[in-house]
Design a binder for this molecule. Structure first.
Ligand code: HEC
Ligand code: HEC
Length: 211
């Protein structure tokens, strides 16, 4: 009930935001949109899936992700600020020559794709433990509830990213990268500092099961 009300609200907010956007900024250049779609399908799709629903755990799912978050990440790769070995090895090169309008059009493309079918690679005990961490945090070690920023349904809030349905292996690796500052983001470093490896695995296993 609570979740469905919130989802209704976020749909309304999304419509409101789209309408406000249309008033303030000129419509996206159709040539840029077409270029971004060709790139997404022909190039990025090799790893992320043509519609952003990657089936391989190393490559994050991008479908239904918040566009502001996607665009910020592409700029961070291009600016060589998001650095762990996989970001450096795969995404620095892929983003190096992307221009801002193309980045925004790529973000819009993925944000508009339907989310993929949720996965389940963890066992039931890990998933249950992960739900507890997601909803309540780990009080003893000062880990806050993930839901506070990523939303009760893990669909993200504003530019805080969607996590629902993301590959557990990818989520776990990001948490480790935030913890050791290879992916250097103060807010998630603070969140991840108190997480034990097994707790990261549990919360990642839970996130993966969410629609
Ligand atoms: C050869 C494989 C490969 C290709 C091609 C590729 N990517 Fe990636 N991408 C990755 C990997 C691996 C990561 C995860 C990096 C990490 O672990 O930090 C990633 C991460 C991302 C992220 C961050 C997602 C998140 O949840 O934070 C975005 C956005 C992204 N890629 C967009 C793109 C776009 C747009 C293209 C095409 C222009 C593209 N990628 C092409 C492998 C690829
Ligand atoms: C205070 C707000 C806040 C809380 C609480 C929080 N996060 Fe985050 N999280 C963020 C922000 C902001 C980002 C985007 C970081 C960036 O810009 O690269 C993020 C990014 C992430 C990412 C990377 C997503 C991707 O696609 O690469 C993961 C995974 C993540 N958070 C997991 C968690 C988990 C698990 C918890 C609970 C243990 C949690 N977060 C709690 C704010 C928060």
């Amino acid at each position: 009930m609570r979740i469905s009300t919130l989802m209704g609200t976020s749909i309304l907010l999304a419509f409101g935001a789209a309408a406000a956007h249309a008033d303030e900024t000129p419509a996206a250049d159709p040539a840029v949109t077409a270029h971004a779609e060709r790139l997404a399908i022909g190039t990025c799709g090799t790893c992320h899936g043509v519609r952003g629903v990657s089936q391989q755990p190393k490559y994050p799912r991008l479908a239904a992700q918040n566009p502001g978050y996607l665009a910020a990440q592409l700029r961070a790769f291009r600016g060589q600020q998001r650095g762990d070995p996989d970001a450096i090895g795969y995404m620095w090169g892929m983003s190096a020559s992307l221009e801002d309008p193309t980045i925004d059009a790529l973000a819009a493309y993925y944000a508009a794709q339907p989310a993929g079918t949720p996965l389940r690679s963890g066992d039931a005990a890990a998933v249950a433990r992960g739900r507890d961490i997601y909803e309540k945090g780990v009080e003893a070690s000062g880990v806050p509830a993930c839901s506070a920023c990523h939303g009760p349904d893990a669909h993200g809030i504003a530019d805080f990213p969607r996590l629902a349905g993301q590959h557990a292996q990818y989520v776990m690796k990001q948490l480790a990268s935030f913890q050791n500052n290879m992916r250097n983001v103060a807010v998630m470093h603070g969140v991840a500092t108190g997480l034990k490896t097994e707790e990261m695995g549990a919360v990642a296993a839970f996130i993966e099961t969410l629609p």
